[in-house]
Design a protein around this ligand. Structure first.
Ligand SMILES: [Zn+2]
Length: 84
């Protein structure tokens, strides 16, 4: 990520996730972005505040769901032992 790069972020003016340009950075962290739709500059919100999910967030959610199901399912079901 570099200055001027495009990044998805939540714009409070547009009230939705839009394309933003990176305006200010601290090391590898994006600090300020500018909405490419309305030119509103604001602190980078890490795309939070949006009800829309990014592909990565959607993927993580699906992954977590799958992992949770796997964790909830015993790997080997104990076999019922008949009393002899
Ligand atoms: Zn905007």
């Amino acid at each position: 990520m570099r200055l001027g790069d495009y990044i998805d972020d939540y714009c409070t003016r547009c009230k939705r996730t839009t394309d933003h340009a990176v305006v200010s950075m601290m090391k590898d962290d994006v600090l300020v972005t500018r909405c490419r739709t309305c030119d509103f500059e604001h602190k980078y919100k890490h795309n939070k505040g949006s009800k829309e999910m990014t592909k990565q967030q959607a993927f993580d959610k699906v992954l977590a769901s799958v992992m949770g199901q796997q964790a909830a399912t015993p790997e080997a079901k104990p076999k019922k032992r008949k009393k002899s």
